[in-house]
Design a protein around this ligand. Structure first.
Ligand SMILES: Cc1cc2nc3c(=O)[nH]c(=O)nc-3n(C[C@H](O)[C@H](O)[C@H](O)COP(=O)(O)OP(=O)(O)OC[C@H]3O[C@@H](n4cnc5c(N)ncnc54)[C@H](O)[C@@H]3O)c2cc1C
Ligand code: HEM
Length: 403
């Protein structure tokens, strides 16, 4: 895959490039948005730009891909890119845009590394970039095709048929296509992009997991409003949805995307669905799907939250678990309450909990929570390959996740 000459140059320069990736990606986005400000209007997430999360995710993905190519020069590590391809499709990335990214990324590499970027070094990294881009373009073309979409033409109007307050900070929107045509096919665990016009005239896109079963004409998203901490501003899209969107309003949504899906697992294998906070949404969608299918799979639902009152979709989770013949739930609360007398107190702790043998595990919650639970699961003998996770932001865990 990677030519022998390029492999030796990439091997020799990977430490220098990896060490400078933060500066390179920071300069890359800076110059690209300076020259192409339209890319911040309805494509890139400016919250992730401000926090630096997108820059770190891009750097991590390049380092992981290059490292995997060096370990196995004959194989293109496409599996590493699946999540990115789904995210790209959920925001409408098109293949012509790879030339734009290439131009600014390679100018940034040359600026940051200076004379170290000889023609030979540039050519070797060019090969890595186009291997990565080629894999992404191929995967994205397939995803657009499977969804019956023209590349980049992804937005559709949906009507809010119900708005439901779940907790003081979480609201659900039940939606259907505004034109009355069938809802696009979705898989349990997937998310949609929601595109809103902000007060300054720019559009912003955020992803929200489908918290309902993926069949039928109705879909549901469940949104937690994000408060700014340590002087950072409040989250702009979640608060706009929370404050302004009512029954009867229209929302602009992209087609369902996401590679952390229930139907990728062996249909008979037991399931363990582990979440914290608003991370319950994709897992509730999976649970609702299992209930709709009258599944007999053993299911263990584990959820941690601050208190029962702040646990979104709590009653529904209980009800879905009741409907399934072989499911049970265990909840942990930092501040337990009378609504859940059997719940455990404190943070999630799997000690002494019997996990079904051979289970497929889905994790969703903040990164520190997922890292902690994954460590506990590995210690309990669950193989890493059976643990799938969804991150509610740019994936800063990519390099780890292949282990
Ligand atoms: C696959 C996926 C599924 C998801 N599913 C759900 C779901 O089901 N439900 C749900 O509620 N959310 C979900 N999310 C999260 C959601 O997409 C948004 O990230 C979330 O709603 C916050 O968006 P926002 O626009 O409100 O915040 P943003 O404006 O994007 O801000 C995000 C964070 O960045 C900080 N920030 C913003 N600007 C700055 C700055 N200038 N300096 C420093 N910090 C700054 C903010 O304080 C905030 O903490 C999901 C995300 C992904 C990727
Ligand atoms: C080889 C080239 C590319 C690589 C390696 C790459 C890598 C990534 C990564 C790692 C993410 C974060 C995924 C996640 O959520 O975990 C991402 C998201 C994204 N990418 Fe790319 N990308 C590439 C090309 C492009 C191109 C050509 C465009 C279009 C101009 C683009 C636009 C985006 C957007 C808009 C997001 C979402 C940003 C956000 O939500 O903050 N990418 N990409």
């Amino acid at each position: 895959m990677l030519s022998a000459e390029s492999a030796s140059v990439v091997r020799a320069t990977l430490p220098a490039v990896a060490g400078a990736l933060d500066e390179i990606t920071s300069r890359f986005y800076g110059t690209m948005f300076h020259d192409r400000p339209e890319l911040l209007d309805g494509l890139f997430n400016r919250g992730n730009q401000a926090s630096g999360a997108q820059r770190r995710a891009l750097a991590g993905s390049i380092a992981a891909f290059a490292g995997a190519l060096l370990d196995h020069p004959d194989t293109r590590p496409d599996a590493l890119l699946e999540r990115i391809a789904h995210k790209h499709v959920s925001v409408g990335v098109t293949d012509d845009q790879y030339t734009i990214v290439h131009k600014y990324l390679f100018a940034a590499i040359a600026d940051v590394l200076g004379d170290a970027v000889t023609a030979e070094v540039a050519a070797a990294w060019d090969e890595v970039y186009w291997l990565m881009a080629g894999a992404l373009i191929g995967q994205e073309a397939r995803l657009y095709h499977e969804a019956g979409l023209r590349p980049g033409v992804i937005w559709r109007q949906w009507k809010v048929v119900e708005r439901r307050t779940e907790t003081p900070d979480v609201v659900s929107f039940v939606i259907r296509p505004a034109d009355g045509a069938p809802a696009p096919r979705a898989r349990a665990g997937q998310y949609v992009g929601v595109r809103l016009l902000m007060a300054d005239g720019m559009h912003q896109v955020r992803q929200y997991s489908l918290s309902s079963a993926p069949g039928g004409e109705l879909r549901r998203i469940t949104v937690k409003r994000v408060a700014g901490t340590d002087g950072a501003p409040d989250g702009e899209v979640s608060n706009l949805l929370f404050d302004d969107v009512c029954r009867g309003d229209e929302l602009t949504l992209s087609s369902p995307a996401g590679d952390v899906v229930l139907d990728d697992t062996d249909g008979a294998a037991p399931l363990v669905l582990v979440s914290a906070g608003i991370g319950c949404t994709p897992l509730t969608g999976m649970l609702a799907h299992l209930a709709a299918e009258e599944s007999a799979r053993p299911v263990l639902v584990l959820h941690a939250d601050r208190s029962p009152a702040e646990h979104a979709l709590r009653a529904e989770t209980r009800e879905l678990v009741e409907r399934l013949p072989d499911a049970r739930a265990v909840f942990w609360y930092e501040r337990p309450g009378p609504e859940e007398p059997a719940a455990r107190s404190g943070l999630m702790d799997l000690t002494g909990l019997e996990l079904p043998a051979g289970a497929a595990v889905f994790l969703c919650g903040a990164l520190p929570f997922m890292r902690g639970v994954r460590t506990q699961l590995l210690a309990a003998g669950v193989p890493a390959r059976r643990i799938r996770y969804e991150v509610f932001g740019p994936d800063l865990w990519l390099a780890d996740a292949t282990g």
